[in-house]
Design a protein around this ligand. Structure first.
Ligand SMILES: NC(=O)C1=CN([C@@H]2O[C@H](COP(=O)(O)OP(=O)(O)OC[C@H]3O[C@@H](n4cnc5c(N)ncnc54)[C@H](OP(=O)(O)O)[C@@H]3O)[C@@H](O)[C@H]2O)C=CC1
Ligand SMILES: O=C(O)[C@@H]1CCC=N1
Length: 282
């Protein structure tokens, strides 16, 4: 991503070659791996993978040249960093089985499990285990991610190795754990909301006679450029809206109609629902 506005959050370290394990090779693990491979931060041979069903990830592992491990303990035994990328409902069971492996091998645990705190993670690993909690988003796949992180005391010396990886595939920001649920709504889940907006724009294009493919490209490029404008400068989104809305023009009519239909309040309500779920609600 070209934007540099968030470089204050970036870590200047060089990423040294290391062995990176993944426990769980689903959508998010693959986005991270694909991003790291695409910019050559790691090679496939640096990766040690184990996931639920070999038929779901065996071909992928072979394609990228990663090592397939027989079980999660073998991932820990062969790695310097272990990325925990399983669903929140099973993370405890997965870690409990791995206590001896963590006790025997010095690794940094990098959890991307949404909604699970450092304190909760530490209940399932030996005392003194270095842990970095991260919340990335899908855009790490193209090096344009937004990742929040928090580290425990034991990870003070080792966290940089993990953070360097995530800096290589987007922006990173240290965040108070109390704010992680809000961050999920603003960044972790938000690609889905941005895609929803792009898709809705494209449907309007189709309604007015442009092909869906062309309308998606037009809408996506416009959203990407608009985001770059916000990141590149110091002008607020609301001032930029004023620059597009000509007096008595077409944009102000569209803007006011969207607000009349509840655009901003719908977006806020959607993020509220995401945050509530992250905090344990329905
Ligand atoms: N998707 C996203 O945008 C984001 C997700 N996250 C977090 O990342 C984590 C993974 O999410 P996501 O990738 O979307 O989910 P997926 O369901 O795509 O991936 C979860 C993976 O875990 C594997 N798995 C299941 N049981 C085990 C086990 N016992 N040992 C090892 N692997 C196992 C599954 O394998 P199989 O399917 O073969 O059973 C699957 O590949 C979640 O905790 C989520 O909160 C965080 C930020 C963003
Ligand atoms: O939907 C979820 O639960 C996860 C959290 C962030 C993105 N996906």
């Amino acid at each position: 991503m070209a934007g540099t506005a968030l470089t204050a959050f970036s870590h200047s370290m060089e990423v040294t070659p290391m062995r990176i394990g993944f426990i769980g090779v689903g959508n998010m693990a693959r986005a991270i791996i694909d991003g790291l491979l695409a910019n050559k931060t790691v090679a496939g041979s640096d990766l040690y993978l184990h996931s639920g069903h070999i038929e779901h990830y065996g071909d992928y592992a072979q394609t990228i040249g990663a090592h397939v491990m027989n079980d999660n303990a073998a991932v820990v035994a062969n790695s310097d960093i272990v990325v925990l990328a399983v669903k929140p409902k099973i993370y405890g069971r997965v870690l409990d089985v791995l206590q001896p492996a963590f006790a025997e091998h010095k690794v940094v645990l990098a959890s991307i499990v949404s909604g699970v705190s450092l304190a909760e993670l530490s209940q399932h690993v030996p005392a003194g285990q270095p842990i970095v909690r991260l919340l990335p988003n899908l855009n790490v796949k193209i090096g344009a991610g937004m990742t929040a992180y928090a580290i425990n005391d034991a990870a003070e010396d080792d966290a940089q190795t993990v953070l360097g990886l995530f800096d290589a595939i987007g922006k990173t920001m240290e965040l108070n754990e109390d704010d992680f649920s809000t961050f999920v709504a603003l960044a972790g889940s938000a690609p889905a909301f941005a895609y929803l907006f792009i898709d809705a724009m494209a449907r309007a294009g189709v309604k007015h006679g442009i092909s869906k493919a062309d309308a998606v490209r037009i809408a996506a490029q416009t959203v990407a450029g608009s985001a770059e404008m916000v990141l590149a400068g110091t002008t607020s989104p609301s001032d930029l809206i004023d620059q597009v809305c000509s007096p008595n023009g077409s944009t102000i009519r569209g803007y006011l109609t969207m607000e009349d239909k509840g655009f901003s309040s719908s977006v806020v309500a959607g993020l509220d629902a995401t945050i509530a779920r992250e905090n344990g609600g329905d």
